[in-house]
Design a protein around this ligand. Structure first.
Ligand SMILES: Cc1ncc(COP(=O)(O)O)c(C=O)c1O
Length: 399
C-alpha cells in the first residue's frame, strides 16, 4: 500500500506554515494527536505514581502505556524501557553506570561514523575507568563501515562497543546484526544508537543483537524525550548513582527525578500514530508497526532516489551518502559555495535544508568536511513530491 501523502500531511498542523521540510533528522514535525496527548496529560490531574488517588493511578497508567508502546516499537521488554530527557543524557548516564564495572586495561570501542552522543560519553567513561579507547573508521569513499572494520578493533579485553544503527550525517546503516555476533563472541556488550535509524525502519532489538538500544521519540513524530531499551536482567546488573529514597527497581532506578509524564503520553501517541500509517487493522500494534514502517520506508526511499538522481547531475554538487544500505538522508556540498549560505538562501524560499556537522563531528572530519559539515536533506513520512520539486527548483535558482 503506497503512503497517502495528502492524508498524512493533514495530520501535521506545522505544515500549514508552508515550509518545505527537509530537516526531520534534526527533529520531525508532530501530528496533532501527539500534541493533544501532551496537552491532555498536562491538563489532567497527574502526580506521582501510586494507587491511592485518581491522579496517582493515572500517572501509573501513563508510564505503563509508554513503556508498552516503546516495547512494541522496538521489540523490547517493557520492563527494560528507560525514559530520560534525551538520548545524550541517557547515554552519559549509562556510560557512567557501565564504567563502574570496567577495570584498567579493559577496552571500549567507538566509531568515527557516530553522532558525538554515542562517542563522547564513552570517551569520558573509559578515561574515568582507566580503560583503553579504540576507534573504528569508516571509508569516506564508499561511506561504508564494515564488520571487518569493527572486528579489527575487538580483543579479549573488549567490554563494550558503541555504534550507530544509522548515521545521522550520511545515512549509512552498518550491518549491526553481524557486528553484534562478533562483539558477543568476545563477551562484550553492544550499545546501539538507534536515534536516526528508528525513524525510518522497523526495529527488532533482539533480532539485531543490541544489548542497549537508544532512540529519541522526537525523531519519529513524538515529543522531545529520550529512551534506552535493554533487557531487565541486564539492567539489574547495573547500579547507577541515584537518590537513596528513589525506587531501586528496574527500569525506574535509571530514571532520575520525576519523569515527564506528558512526554511519555506523547510518545505513546506517536507510536500509535505510526502504527496507523499502514491503514486500519485489528492486528496487534507491533504487527501494524511492521507494515507501517515498510510503507514509510518505501515512500521516503522513492523520494530520496528521485532527489539524489537530480542532484547527481549537477556538476557542482558532491553527495557524500554512498552506502548500499542507508536511510533517506543525503549529505551534500556545493562547489564554490558555503553550505550555510546555501541553507540560508533556501530558507528565504521557505525550504528548510540545514547546514552543519550535525554533531557527527568525527564523521564530518573523516569526510574531509572539517567541523563545517555540509547540507543535509532528510525525509519524513510527511515529505511530498511537491517538496522535492520546490527543493530542486530552489537549488537551481541559487547555484
Ligand atoms: C544519530 C543521533 N544520535 C544521537 C542524537 C542525540 O539525540 P538527543 O537529542 O535525544 O540527545 C541525535 C540527535 O540528533 C542523532 O541524530
Amino acid at each position: 500500500m503506497p503512503l497517502a501523502t495528502d492524508t498524512m500531511r493533514s495530520h501535521f498542523p506545522a505544515l500549514r506554515e508552508g515550509a518545505a521540510h527537509f530537516d526531520a533528522p534534526g527533529g520531525s514535525l508532530v501530528p496533532a494527536v501527539v500534541a493533544q496527548a501532551v496537552a491532555d496529560t498536562l491538563a489532567s490531574a497527574v502526580n506521582q505514581r501510586g494507587t491511592f488517588t485518581v491522579a496517582d493511578r493515572r500517572t501509573t497508567e501513563v508510564v505503563r502505556n509508554a513503556r508498552l508502546a516503546v516495547a512494541d516499537l522496538l521489540g523490547a521488554d517493557p520492563g527494560g524501557v528507560v525514559f530520560g530527557r534525551s538520548m545524550t543524557q541517557l547515554t552519559f548516564d549509562f556510560a557512567r553506570a557501565l564504567a563502574k564495572t570496567w577495570n584498567p586495561g579493559d577496552e571500549i570501542v567507538v566509531t568515527r561514523l557516530d553522532h558525538d552522543a554515542n562517542v563522547r560519553p564513552w570517551v569520558y567513561a573509559a578515561e574515568s575507568a582507566g580503560a583503553t579507547l579504540r576507534w573504528v573508521d569508516f571509508d569516506p569513499e564508499t561511506s561504508e563501515l564494515t564488520v571487518a572494520d569493527v572486528e579489527a578493533q575487538l580483543t579479549d579485553r573488549t567490554r563494550l562497543v558503541a555504534i550507530t544503527a544509522a548515521s545521522n550525517l550520511i545515512g549509512t546503516r552498518p550491518p549491526i546484526k553481524q557486528i553484534a555476533e562478533k562483539v558477543h563472541a568476545r563477551g562484550a556488550l553492544l550499545y546501539v544508537d538507534g536515534v536516526h535509524h528508528s525513524a525510518h525502519a522497523f526495529v527488532d532489538i533482539a533480532e539485531i543483537g543490541a544489548d542497549f538500544y537508544a532512540c529519541s521519540p522526537y525523531k519519529f513524530c513524538g515529543p522531545h524525550v529520550g529512551v534506552v531499551a535493554a533487557s531487565p536482567s541486564l539492567l539489574e546488573t547495573l547500579n547507577p548513582d541515584k537518590l537513596l529514597p528513589s525506587a531501586n527497581t528496574v527500569p525506574e532506578r535509571f530514571e532520575l527525578g520525576t519523569p515527564s509524564w506528558e512526554l511519555m503520553a506523547g510518545t505513546t501517541a506517536a507510536v500509535d500514530f505510526l502504527a496507523g500509517v499502514g491503514g486500519p487493522s485489528n492486528a496487534p500494534r507491533r504487527e501494524r508497526l511492521a507494515s507501517s514502517m515498510a510503507v514509510i520506508a518505501e515512500h521516503e526511499d522513492a523520494l530520496r532516489d528521485f532527489i539524489e538522481a537530480e542532484l547527481a547531475q549537477h556538476p557542482r554538487i558532491t553527495i557524500y551518502s554512498r552506502a548500499q544500505d542507508r536511510t533517506p538522508t543525503l549529505l551534500f556540498t556545493v562547489d564554490g559555495m558555503d553550505s550555510c549560505e546555501v541553507s540560508s538562501r533556501l530558507g528565504e524560499l521557505n525550504i528548510n535544508v540545514p547546514a552543519s556537522n550535525f554533531y557527527a563531528i568525527e564523521a564530518s572530519r573523516r569526510l574531509g568536511l572539517g567541523d563545517a559539515g555540509g547540507l543535509r536533506i532528510g525525509l519524513a513520512p510527511y515529505s511530498s513530491a511537491d517538496d522535492a520539486d520546490r527543493l530542486l527548483a530552489g537549488l537551481r535558482s541559487i547555484i
